[in-house]
Design a protein around this ligand. Structure first.
Ligand SMILES: [Cu+2]
Length: 179
């Protein structure tokens, strides 16, 4: 892990092979930009990435140069990786406004789709939600900018707010009939 004012790379892995991998299948060198301008053509979104989907081969080594075109902090964070290689199952690049950082990790042998997002408050909800597809993947995740349908639910409402509201209406209707 390297710490600096311009950013952080967490859980870098350049040489430890995941279980089921006998060698590095391929090396990828990706440059991904983060910034408001990448959300300009996506309705309702504020933040974006130059690439919301990354497709790689199983057992490949992926080097990401994460370039922050905004003045505020952004992250490129992958979740669900094997915990025996990546603490908390996470690989993470975080970059201060106007800076860039490069980090490397090795993806597992299985076909799987991983969530990639920015964990700064409201950034994922406002567009910084992507996916890393290893091999054939395991299906598209929901609400990936430019890939799958957006899904909104107001955070202040309970999960079954609509159902509860309808039940209250029906009960009041029958109560009203009895009176
Ligand atoms: Cu962000």
């Amino acid at each position: 892990m390297s710490l600096a004012v311009d950013g952080v790379v967490m859980n870098e892995n350049t040489d430890k092979l995941p279980r089921g991998c006998s060698s590095i299948s391929q090396d990828y060198d990706l440059t991904i930009h983060a910034g408001r301008k990448y959300a300009d053509d996506v309705s309702g979104m504020v933040f974006g990435m130059s690439q919301h989907e990354v497709r790689v081969l199983p057992c490949s080594r992926v080097t990401v140069s994460f370039v922050n075109d905004d003045a505020i902090r952004h992250q490129w964070m992958v979740h669900g990786l094997p915990k025996y290689l990546y603490p908390a199952g996470m690989f993470h690049i975080e970059v201060s406004g106007g800076h860039s950082k490069t980090g490397t990790f090795i993806v597992p042998a299985e076909d799987q789709t991983y969530l990639v997002h920015c964990d700064m408050a409201q950034h994922m909800e406002k567009g910084m939600r992507g996916q890393l597809v290893v091999g054939k993947g395991s299906g598209d995740l929901w609400s990936i900018t430019g890939v799958s349908d957006q899904f909104y639910r107001s955070d202040y409402l309970p999960r079954h707010a609509l159902l509860l509201a309808s039940m209250v209406l029906i009960i009041s209707f029958f109560l009203a009939l009895k009176l």
